[in-house]
Design a protein around this ligand. Structure first.
Ligand SMILES: Cc1cc2nc3c(=O)[nH]c(=O)nc-3n(C[C@H](O)[C@H](O)[C@H](O)COP(=O)(O)OP(=O)(O)OC[C@H]3O[C@@H](n4cnc5c(N)ncnc54)[C@H](O)[C@@H]3O)c2cc1C
Length: 605
């Protein structure tokens, strides 16, 4: 019998970014006992890194905005394969969630008359992103943490969960290890909320930090939950590309929202060359109009640099491939030019984009108030994830909920910037509410000690292998490079089929990796365990990518470059089959209710 420390709560929340914290606050407020578990220190999550802002139709800057416009923008951005119920709830409830943060102490940037200021972002028709300079995530996490610690939530830091426990169909616990001491820990719970964030570390160029290995996606999959639309991985158009050590670090879309423009090596604003038909009516066709839009002119249309991320990333890719890129394989993003229009331009850039100014100065020795940045696409966000019921956020496994980036549905084929912070607030709140309800409505289940022993034995195998010589890092690196090369921005069936085969070979290598030393402070061991998640999500992305034989949103297929109306009616589901193998299933989307269809039709005019 493995030596395991055990804790019991009504609700366990795995992940303490925005979604996890918001869920924990809500569940705790409902009067149940809540444990909040995170892989690193509390407060160190992707949410804290968020820069540009949180999308909510507050209509503070442009009174034409409303939940209906936000809903229609989100559906259009997601190319209509979104879960329409989630898109509706999100657009309706985001303003209240943002105002609530303000009540809890968040200090957003202000309009002249003292309201929450909102900025422009790609795919949003009106200025919609509430922000704090370019450090919005920090303010959100600080506020949620401050509020949360007064709610009686018990926090378990530096604990990585590696398996969920089940009794029959239902989840009853979560098993993991303390990263510091290597000891095992079991959390028994009536309901579990997954809020573990993204999968960026499956790729070699990413804006994501070491924690984002797709753990929640894999925990859900192994527990029998469906994964939805795993083919949709967002490549953000603007990551740093030079020097090599910082490649992939995000350059916020806020730069373009403040008037930053994209140019190729010939100085041409190439985004004007390719404006998709469904955005033509909303997009400026000349530089003058684009600038007026950034200055708040309500009669102007937005510049093409603020088209959706999938499209901008592909245009950058095209320029580089055509030999019109910058010296290090990207393009130029220039905000310094606004000095020609604004006498206090340099001061404005430093005030509105303090992190970007600092980031480029410190890491690249570039002063963005004086010269352009070199940027290129970077793996940024996962639209695919655990399939949840829109209102409650429960997966198809009773008692298992998911929210934030590890859940799916809201964003469809492409997420609009700013819609993640609002997603995690709206659906974190709902997941907490309904997890607490589930815990109240159900008796505690039991955890089978054989299940615990099996996982503990599996986790310790890398120490016990005597024949293997390979460590986990080479497998991780080879996987990341293989995914970057074969399942990246531009995809083809033969390359993705190669990827599926390569993943199998990497599984074989992962099963033989050996780690030395003991369980205390052993990052090699942690990486060996992370491989399970990384390989699972990589296989799911490649298989789902093969299944969707069309180009839509974040998935661009060179062999099927157009949208196919047939695929516009389906989601791709990944499920663990009874034989343990990954199944890929197409499922028809639910019919759009007439009133939502009407909103979309009206907004298209
Ligand atoms: C640089 C950057 C800038 C961004 N800017 C914006 C923006 O301006 N606007 C916007 O809307 N979105 C933005 N995003 C996206 C957004 O920040 C994320 O999608 C969002 O914060 C995800 O929140 P989350 O709560 O789902 O997960 P996260 O905030 O990623 O938190 C995940 C939590 O899960 C924990 N965890 C993971 N695995 C395990 C495990 N196995 N066991 C226990 N705990 C685990 C982690 O420790 C962490 O606590 C940005 C992302 C990045 C990287």
């Amino acid at each position: 019998m493995a030596e395991v420390q055990t804790f019991e709560h009504d609700v366990i929340v795995i992940g303490a970014g925005g979604a996890g914290l918001r869920a924990a606050i809500e569940a705790s407020a409902a009067g149940v006992s809540v444990g909040l578990v995170c892989k690193s220190l509390l407060g160190k999550a992707h949410t804290v890194m968020a820069e540009g802002g949180v999308a909510a139709a507050l209509a503070n800057v442009d009174d034409r905005d409303s939940w209906k416009v936000h809903f229609a923008d989100t559906m259009r951005g997601g190319q209509y394969v979104n879960n329409h119920r989630m898109a509706e709830l999100h657009a309706r409830e985001a303003p209240e969630r943002v105002r609530e943060l303000e009540k809890w102490g968040a200090v957003f940037d202000r309009t002249k008359d003292g309201k929450i200021l909102q900025r422009n972002f790609g795919g949003h028709r009106y200025p919609r992103l509430a922000h704090v300079g370019d450090r919005t995530g920090l303010e959100i996490i600080r506020t949620l943490q401050d509020h949360g610690i007064h709610q009686g939530i018990k926090v378990y830091m530096e604990v990585a969960i590696i398996r969920l426990m089940k009794e029959g169909d239902r989840v009853t616990g979560a098993f993991g290890y303390y990263r510091e001491k290597g000891r095992f820990v079991l959390f028994k719970a009536k309901a579990i909320v997954l809020a573990t964030g993204g999968i960026g570390k499956a790729y070699s160029i990413t804006s994501n930090s070491w924690e984002y290995t797709g753990d929640g996606h894999t925990l859900a999959y192994e527990a029998g939950a469906d994964l939805l639309d795993m083919e949709f991985v967002q490549f953000h158009p603007t990551g740093m590309i030079w020097p090599p050590s910082v490649r992939g670090i995000l350059v916020t879309e806020g730069v373009r929202g403040e008037g930053g423009v994209l140019r190729n090596k010939d100085g041409k604003r190439f985004m004007f060359d390719d404006i998709p038909d469904n955005y033509k009516g909303q997009t400026a066709d000349n530089e003058e109009e684009g600038w007026r839009y950034c200055q708040g002119d309500k009669n102007a249309r937005r510049p093409p640099e603020l088209l959706t991320r999938d499209h901008v990333a592909r245009c950058i890719n095209r320029e580089v491939k055509a030999g019109r890129g910058s010296p290090h394989g990207g393009v130029y993003l220039d905000i310094s030019w606004i000095k020609q229009r604004m006498p206090d331009g340099e001061e404005h850039i430093r005030r509105k984009l303090p992190s970007m100014y600092h980031q480029f100065k410190e890491l690249g020795d570039i002063d963005i108030t004086k010269e352009p940045m070199e940027v290129g696409p970077t793996t940024h966000y996962m639209m695919g994830g655990a399939r949840v019921e829109g209102d409650t956020q429960m997966t198809n496994v009773p008692g298992l909920f998911a929210a934030g980036e590890c859940a799916a549905g809201l964003h469809g084929a492409n997420r609009l910037g700013g819609n993640s912070l609002s997603d995690l607030l709206v659906f974190g709140q709902r997941a907490g509410q309904f997890a607490a309800k589930f815990a109240k409505d159900n008796k505690p289940g039991s955890v089978n000690s054989d299940q615990v022993d099996d996982v503990a034995r599996w986790a310790l195998e890398p120490f016990e292998r005597t024949s293997g010589t390979e460590g986990p890092y080479m497998v991780q690196k080879d996987l990341q490079e293989m995914m970057q090369a074969n399942v990246g921005i531009v995809r083809r069936e033969d390359e993705m089929t190669t990827a599926v085969g390569e993943v199998q070979k990497l599984w074989d290598r992962a099963k033989k990796v050996r780690v030395d030393g003991n369980r205390e402070f052993n990052p090699g061991w942690h990486t060996a365990l992370d491989l399970h998640s990384l390989l699972t999500v990589s296989e799911a992305i490649a298989r789902a990518g093969i299944e969707r034989k069309e180009s839509r949103g974040a998935q661009f297929r060179e062999d099927f470059p157009e949208k196919d109306p047939k695929f516009g009616k389906v989601n791709v589901i990944i499920r663990k089959g009874p034989d343990g193998k990954m199944q890929v299933i197409q499922e028809t989307l639910k019919e759009l209710p007439a009133e939502l269809k009407q909103i979309i039709d009206e907004m298209q005019k």
